[in-house]
Ligand binder design. Structure first.
Ligand code: PLP
Length: 437
């Protein structure tokens, strides 16, 4: 009998493009059927066939406390009874804004929106409005949401141009973007030599998460800060993923480099839709209704997302979450590296706190080009075998995995035991490939 997930996927494809509401969920690269999830609890979710899976996706980083955390559920229930949204301001919005301002070093003022994409789009408009310039410098392999002005890939030539990365994006938008490799200060310098006076902003994921996890190399973020200062270009950190993930104050706290504007999302809504952009008062006061850069949202600051966000941040602030996440993630890294060595499987494990990617690669992965050198045949097999062992990893080599505070040491040990089984199997299946590698 067909599995319920297969049946649901067939049904979904009739009414939802590709059967999913966001492309990565479709397993397209793997020619597989996604598991339809019925419930989540802590570090696990349960699919439509009642199969229990250890979740290493964590809603792409949003679920730092795991699924259905009691305290967050209670906060959302209470907020729901009070009403969802009013089209008028509430005290809770101030409370969440105060928590963000208290945590993120460069943020003095913040505007709540409904998604990371919306936050980036608004921050780009703000940067253009403030500077009166149009061009944006971005990095190959980083993702900032699906806004027209940034859904661009590199032309891979020497001209540093962006090219539309989707049908429907006018080439004129791409002309406003300059794209260079991540972690390459020399190319950044060259881009500034050529376009510096035209650049409204540099936007970067301070820890790249969307070509797999790729940390910044020492000095890279500092270089961005100094070239931006030299040309009065605004530096934007897209911390949608890293904000409240790699530390309480995000990547800017961890690496000690302050951007002018910060994008947030995911964790600040505790798993409900949200985004935010913030920065210094003098910059944020350009936003309407005070300033002349327009931006608005019917459901921005809605009661449910804000309640989930406040309760999530309260737990993060007052508990040992970051210390525990680091300890367990480090243990995971050490164990997996040893296992890979034992079986002679070349891997690179990139990790910042609880955000990580295992690349099947011999050389360090520091940018999109090196990420693309990883062995996708190995990744695909690894992903499928791990799923068979009840561990749901991101279905692409070019995505980050996440642990939550609900991943107890026992869960991490279980994941490692299963990786051991899978590596053992792969080392036999791919014996010839490994000899040639
Ligand atoms: N920026 C980064 C770094 C992201 O990882 C994402 C989503 O994965 C976004 C922006 C877009 O956020 P959203 O999907 O909420 O629009």
């Amino acid at each position: 009998m067909a599995k319920k997930s297969d049946q649901l996927f067939e049904r979904a494809q009739k009414v939802i493009p590709g059967g999913v509401n966001s492309p990565i969920r479709a397993f397209k690269a793997l020619n597989g059927t996604p598991h339809f999830i019925e419930t989540g609890q802590g570090s696990r979710f349960f699919d439509a066939d009642k199969l229990q899976l250890i979740d290493c996706i964590g809603a792409w980083g949003a679920m730092i406390l795991g699924h259905a955390h009691r305290y967050v559920v209670e906060a959302v229930k209470k907020a729901a009874v009070r009403g969802f949204a009013y089209g008028a301001p509430t005290e809770s919005e101030i409370e969440l804004a105060e928590m963000i301002v208290g945590a993120v070093p460069s943020v003095e003022m913040v505007r709540l929106v409904n998604s990371g994409t919306e936050a980036t789009m608004s921050a780009i408009r703000l940067a253009r409005g403030i500077t009166g310039r149009s061009k944006i410098l971005k990095f190959d392999g980083c993702y900032y949401g699906h806004l027209d002005s940034l859904l661009l890939k590199s032309s891979e030539g020497d001209d540093m141009r962006g090219l539309p990365d989707s049908a429907g994006i006018p080439p004129e938008f791409a002309e406003l973007a300059v794209s260079v490799p991540f972690n390459d200060p020399e190319q950044v310098g060259r881009a500034f030599d050529r376009f510096g006076d035209q650049l409204a902003a540099v936007i970067v994921e301070p820890v790249a998460g969307n070509m797999g996890c790729v940390p910044p190399q020492p000095g890279f973020l500092e270089k961005l800060r100094s070239v931006c200062d030299g040309k009065n270009t605004l530096l934007i950190f897209d911390e949608s993923t890293t904000g409240f993930r790699v530390s309480w104050g995000g990547a800017q706290e961890l690496y000690g480099v302050q951007p002018d504007l910060t994008i947030l999302g995911k964790i600040i809504g505790g798993g409900l839709p949200i985004g935010a952009y913030g920065g210094r008062n003098d910059l944020m006061n350009h936003v309407a209704p005070v300033g002349d850069v327009y931006q608005a949202g019917t459901l921005s600051g809605n009661g449910l997302s804000v309640a989930a966000g406040i309760s999530t941040l309260s737990i993060l602030k007052n508990g040992p979450v970051y210390r525990d996440l680091e300890q367990r993630s480090k243990e995971f890294e050490e164990t997996v590296l040893k296992l890979a060595e034992n079986y002679g499987i070349p891997i690179r494990l990139n990790r910042v706190g609880s955000m990580w990617t295992m690349f099947f690669a011999e050389e360090p992965v520091t940018d999109l080009v090196s990420a693309r050198k990883s062995n996708l045949k190995f990744f695909d097999r690894f992903f499928q075998l791990m799923l068979g062992e009840g561990v749901h990893l991101p279905s692409s080599q070019f995505e980050s995995a996440f642990f939550s505070s609900a991943h107890a040491r026992k869960d991490i040990q279980q994941i490692c035991e299963r990786i051991n089984l899978v590596f053992k199997r792969m080392s036999k299946e791919f014996e010839d490939d490994l000899m040639r590698w």
